[in-house]
Design a protein around this ligand. Sequence first.
Ligand code: SF4
Length: 356
Amino acid sequence: MPKQEFPSPQKQIANEQLWFNTKKVILPSILLLTTNTINNFVISVMEERLEYRVYTYSAYLLKRFGKKVFRVGLSTGKTCPHRIENGGCVFCNPHTFTGEYQSKDLSIKDQYNDAIPRIKKACGDVQLLAYFQDETSTYGDIEFLKSKYNQALSHPEVIGLVVSTRADYIDEKVLKLLASYKVPVTIEIGLQSIHNRSLEFLNRCHTFQQTERAIKMCGNAGLTVGVHLIMGIPGETFDDMLQTVKWVSSDKYIKQVKFHNLVIYKNTKLAEMNNIPIYTIDEHIRNLGNLIPYLRGDIVVTRLFTSNIRRSQIAIGKYEGNKTKWMNYLRKYLYKHDLNQGDETDVKYDCRKFYK
Ligand code: SF4
């Protein structure tokens, strides 16, 4: 049997030192290096994503509900009273904003039967929010509204309600009704601009101060408040739009914002006016890119462009590309100029809350 050789005490010490160094210094260093490399890689990939810089609606929905959620567009069936009584807003063409799945003539059940199979086919097994989107969805007798909202919420897959309306059609009765539901309720209000001269131009027939009061009432009733803004109202400069965004950021009740680029549709009062300046998509993207840093970081951006632009209905202007391309341009613009939501406010947007 060969004689077993033991290392000398010096060699034993050297071996132990080597093992100690490997365990305590080299392995952790390799691990740290690998972790840093992975982190840097993830960050560099993330930096290019829109969600890295903007609090998008999809990121919010995922965080809020923990799963994929889709809004089903619904109609109460009522025509906007402002169009009946005052001729409506100068940009409004009802044939352009009625969503793909809404039909004023159908019952809520039939609107669901029409819409939900299509949504499931396109988006898979998603949960749903009932979205009363068109016209003025708080207009009508309170029992009528209650019946519509109740029918919408009776669907087993619907987990919340979103109602879009005007400031002058929000009252205590409708707020009490909306606040009584045990599911998340969001109310979207057409603010458009804080400048009364712009609201007059648009023929909104309400003032900024009325909207401010309505937002406060909705917030105090416990509803999630979202506002719609129009970018590029004729006569408004970038600074005017900036003042609107700054005001939105300063209002504690506002939790969501929808940006719309002004589109001039046929059969609108706007289309009849002469020499109306209109932003191209590129200009809108530049404006948005430079406004986003002034938007408080915890406000959800539920829309960045006027959705579903109906090209056949456009009176003036060209809209090359589609929403996916425009989002991509915006993403690149923000990345190139290192612009992030909330950079110029006290509340910075932190994407790490969504991508742990
Ligand atoms: S309030 Fe809305 S629905 Fe009514 S006229 Fe104005 S844009 Fe159209």
